[in-house]
Write a protein that binds this ligand. Sequence first.
Ligand SMILES: NS(=O)(=O)c1ccco1
Ligand SMILES: [Zn+2]
Length: 261
Amino acid sequence: QEAGEYTMKMHPMWQGPLVAPGGNRQSPIDIRVRKSVFDPHLKPLTPDYDPRTCSQIWNNGYSFLVEYDDTTDKSTLKGGPLEDNFRLCQFHFHWGESNAWGSEHTVDRRLFPAELHMVHWNSDKYSRFEEAVMEENGLAVIGVFLKIGKRHEGLQKLVDVLPAVRHKDSVVEFTRFDPACLLPTNIDDYWTYAGSLTTPPLTEAVTWIIMKQHIEVSHDQLAVFRSLLFTSAEEEVQKSMVNNFRVQQSLQGRTVRSSFT
Ligand SMILES: NS(=O)(=O)c1ccco1
Ligand SMILES: [Zn+2]
């Protein structure tokens, strides 16, 4: 590299074509609370998860994914803005290198240190995630903001296994984890809007359901997230898995609805 030449070493995730097909309902966004519209027809959200469908956890080189067996309708999400039945396939997080930032969505520009995404696909209309990911009503993702505070007891079982998936492409068996323990106590208050995946393929297939209430995790628990690596064991230069969030996208005329006044 020539002296003075400046190249932002982008994570490989973002070196490809960044503009998604269509590109008028991209995620994440800033949620302007006073611009959201209360929708009295929004129903309560009814997640129904079976911890026995939890199968493994793996480092995909951008986040760590806790994967669920989605070959049957055992862990499902219905209600809220959703017309159909959706199956949980995985959950993962996005976080910063510091507690000052890390979330993908923001609320009136407020950043959180991390954000949980619980990814579901429409099992009434499609037969697998890979199919649903290409359809505008294919996916539903619950977003939950994380704040630094008291230790999250339910999260600790996950934190304890993270060192085993430190490097990209590492996988370990991970069972009997109830994802409901990561939801806030109040799941009736949420914002919802039509958006996209925030990592490639960035397809505009997602009904986003962003919880108003955050959950708390301890500083030390989040520090373990940051001990993960983007890089595989063979690579010479190891890179800390931090700042794995996408830049915010324009609303482009979309309305964000709220389930609460
Ligand atoms: N970050 S997210 O939940 O939009 C996602 C899931 C799969 C790919 O991207
Ligand atoms: Zn995500």
